[in-house]
Design a protein around this ligand. Structure first.
Ligand code: HEC
Length: 133
């Protein structure tokens, strides 16, 4: 009887943690893309990343083997591959990261830098939707 109880409890805990680990981020919570047109990395995006990201993904440090200080480096991605899909910001892991939809991938990491505002995330989204130029 006690064994059955422990086993049930153990499998409940297991099922529960699997569900948490595989929970997909809720993309409906992403801030809307900006309506601005003609966005470019150098003019619109680089200044945002410079403030919030360069200290870990720039000339000095490359956490996760990622640099976000040039368009070329961003398109190359990090240790887990590409971080954006040109033309589709919802499929871009960098957008999920800066929107802080889940704690594990939130960028900058909790307490380690200035998070981007909704408006800035909207700009990054629009820039990717427009082809990441
Ligand atoms: C304080 C250091 C720090 C800052 C600031 C920071 N990151 Fe990161 N970043 C990390 C670390 C460490 C990882 C490796 C994964 C982890 O441990 O969470 C990472 C991983 C990533 C990844 C996943 C790359 C891959 O291939 O797995 C992306 C995308 C990313 N960061 C984007 C950004 C962006 C964009 C910013 C700025 C808005 C930013 N990061 C700011 C430390 C930082």
């Amino acid at each position: 009887m006690r064994t059955t109880y422990s086993l049930t409890l153990a499998s409940l805990i297991l099922v529960n943690s699997l569900a948490v680990a595989t929970a997909a981020p809720d993309l409906s919570k992403l801030p809307a893309p900006s309506t601005k047109t003609d966005l470019s990395f150098a003019k619109d995006i680089k200044p945002l990343f410079e403030k919030s990201c360069f200290k870990c993904h720039g000339p000095e440090k490359q956490k996760a083997k990622l640099r976000v200080d040039s368009l070329e480096a961003i398109l190359k991605g990090g240790e887990n591959g590409e971080i954006l899909t040109k033309g589709d910001s919802k499929k871009s892991s960098v957008v999920v990261a800066i929107a802080r939809l889940d704690e594990d991938s939130a960028m900058p990491p909790d307490g380690k830098g200035t998070p981007l505002t909704d408006e800035q995330i909207g700009l990054v989204r629009a820039w990717i939707d427009q082809g990441a130029k």
